[in-house]
Ligand binder design. Sequence first.
Ligand SMILES: Nc1ncnc2c1ncn2[C@@H]1O[C@H](COP(=O)(O)OP(=O)(O)OP(=O)(O)O)[C@@H](O)[C@H]1O
Length: 706
Amino acid sequence: MRRNSALDNGTADPRRSAVAEEQEFLDVATARRDRLADHLRAELSAEALDAVEQARQRMIRQQYEELRRASEGLVFGRLDGLDGTVRHVGRVGLRDDGEDDEPLLVDWRAPAARPFYTATAVDPQGQARRRHIRTTGSTVVGVDDEPLDGTMTTELVGEGALLAALDQRRTGHMSTAISTLQREQDDIIRAEATGPLIVQGGPGTGKTVVALHRVAYLLFTHRTMADQAVLVLGPSPRFLEYIAQVLPALGETAVVSATCDTLLANVRVGRDESRFVAEIKGRALWQPALENYVTSLLPRPRDLKLRWEGEFHVIPAATVTQALASAVQARPYQHARTAFAEQLHHLLAEAVVEQRRALMDEMEEGFEDILARVDKGMQNDHHFGSASSGSDVDGLFSEDEISDLRSRIAENATIARFIEAWWPTLDAETLLREFLADRTLLARFAPRLSPEEITAVSAEPAPWASSDIPLLDALADLLGEGEAPQPQGEFVADHARRQRGWVYGHIVVDEAQELSEMQWQMVLRRCPSRSITAVGDIDQAEAAHRHTTWGQAVQAVFGDRWTAAELTICYRTPREVMDLTEPVLRNAGSHNAPPRAVRSAGIAPWTLTVTPAELADTAARALRQLRQRWQGGMVGVIAPADRIAELLPVLDDVPVLTATQSKGLEWDATLLIDAQGIAAEPRGWNGLYVALTRCTQELGQLVLTH
Ligand SMILES: Nc1ncnc2c1ncn2[C@@H]1O[C@H](COP(=O)(O)OP(=O)(O)OP(=O)(O)O)[C@@H](O)[C@H]1O
């Protein structure tokens, strides 16, 4: 923090001098960043000889990467305090060379940066002015000043910078928004992460922006979260690709991104499925059904007769019952099996020792009998002295011998086969296939399913569908599959990605309205602490489940213990287009109003009416024109699922997607084909709401005459 030298300095062109002043500051900050980066790089060249040094090197590499990536927009903001102090805000925090406690540049995630996003004229938080600094590479190209004294009132923070960002051509990849985050977004980004937070927001309100910046904020604020990694769940691989650059650009690497379909490292979805079956398999009832099914597979206690070195040994049913009960205690099937096997090895060793002891006792008795007779004879013929009266055959097995016996039992293949026959190891994929195909099992363990639903589920073909993944996950968890050790030097995110049972420090779910109850279970299983942020729009829900409120969607996993937040302003879609969405939302059965659009593009949405025969040619022509108008940007086409095949060959080089596939994506212009056809699809009005709201500038529609 420094004293203010720029405010009211009386120069002829204050704006130009402000640019020059900020350029000077940017040069200083850039030089400092470069020096720090060089220093860290030099440290990285040293060889790491032990685990401690390797961990330190990983930390340094992370810091180095963060600094290296922070070239674009290194400094983007400035706060001038009422007390005359100046604080610059940037992508990373930087300290001066000296030991000064005040940072040269405040990290955007630090508490000191907060007023940059939230100070208002009503609540200036000690600030006199907020300045947005616009840069291109290492050059300052402009500043936007916002006095916080009430002379300028706008609901937006840094309106000029925000509108400039929103007006930019789309690149097909989401970018960071740290310099223009808005108040309601910042509140959510910095909210406590101690329980589930569910953020409802209409299209374009910045839910994805908030979710990703929240990850960066949490990892910065809670450093230990990086040890467990953060999971980001998105609706499709295309969406994950769209957001892929945001977190690395924010310096975060301890993040795993996936869809619900790709969460299990070794399982792939191999087919589409009907909505009817998808809805059934998404219901919460499968969790208890699978739990009860796995419990039914536990072995029943009985006398266990085992053979060891030619002798039979019986472990009585009562002992087996006890061993079973202590092995099973809240453990998954496979772990209980391992615990029981260990106990059985122990019990068998005891039985062997016991039997030997009994045998030796018998032999000893017999031996003493013989000795007594021999003694008697000797007394008669006086050949031996009386010192050798009796023998003590004690200490039959030493501790070491018993332990060796146990090891031999544990390694013995016949014993292992015996246990396997009585308590088989199970594989989740095989077991689920058998379970789902067996009507009797389904009726017994999922009694709430109707006969018609059971028939539909049991008739599904073999490859896994999307709705099978959460069932497989639940089953694998109940069985307790083996854990993969973390190889030395492997990054935590890579390890977490491979390991089914990994527990994350935080989970972010985007397009959360699409998750079925069983998919929510999958999320909870990976984050029992419930440090979860879910963002979504219940009005955009298209999945097969029947939820129309967040309460219904998460009741089965969180009950009533979750916090709600809301985003209300639409940044993406221009006013002209948002005006079309109200009736669509009503037809979707929603009682909500569409979010308020923050800007107008000045381009009226247009429609062309075409016959089905003209469709392909007209679409190709319309697309050409749009692409010409939005050169350097992106155009996307959205059409009903049954029209995609016909359109693909004539529409090159652009995404041609269904409404569902377009979720979360955006372009400068959208060519929307056959809105009625989209509305006629299952949950089609919700789909149309999604489709209409993908453009940042222009919407063109081809309406079909049927
Ligand atoms: N504060 C901001 N500064 C700059 N751009 C922003 C800001 N908030 C949102 N945006 C931009 O608005 C667009 C929409 O944001 P985002 O995709 O996060 O919205 P969303 O609520 O997830 O939308 P949808 O639900 O329709 O997919 C994006 O281009 C995003 O970069």
